[in-house]
Design a protein around this ligand. Sequence first.
Ligand code: ZN
Length: 234
Amino acid sequence: MNNGALVLFSGGQDSTTCLAWALDRYERVETIGFDYGQRHRVELDQRAVLRDKIRAIGPNWNNRLGQDHLLKLEQLGAISDTAMTRAIAIETNEKGQPNTFVPGRNLIFLTFAAALAYRRGLQHIVGGMCETDFSGYPDCRDATIKAMQTALNLGMDSDFLLETPLMWIDKAQTWALAQQLGGAPLVDLIIADTHTCYIGERGALHDWGHGCGQCPACRLRADGFAQWRLSQRE
Ligand code: ZN
């Protein structure tokens, strides 16, 4: 079986943990990122920093980490009028979805990732989608990912495995997973250099990392960090 993986790598906490997870398992790991005009573009700038620093953390991670691919999907931002791509307040609609939801985003990302993985000969496609404490995005659901795997394999006559190591764990467990994969150096790298904040603020360095501390993404990250720290003391 193919021992190569393509990681959907945005430069956030979840995708950085997924990158470490893949580097721990696969002999060849490449990364893909998407520029769709997101407000938190700063996370794209962090991708190179993270890729550079993560090489030193695990055994063989330096040798395993291969090419990075950054795809421009500006049309996705142009067609979606959301708080993720425009300077409007973050709110929740009548379906309980935050207006940061970009319709079809993960479906489009996975399709482009599979097209690239096909050309690069990589069987495993790794993403940080999570159903446990997700922000109500329907394209993060396990059923959506399984349906996409079926569609992509049929449509490309392939045997891709869509892997989502964070699907059934919460944010506190995501911090624990980082600790398990790369110890304190990985946790420290994630705190200092990953970006999660929706409104793109870096600002002061809190114990859980940089961000505004108020948006849903910052609150999830900060609460998860506090829970994880608390669980370590027990
Ligand atoms: Zn924030």
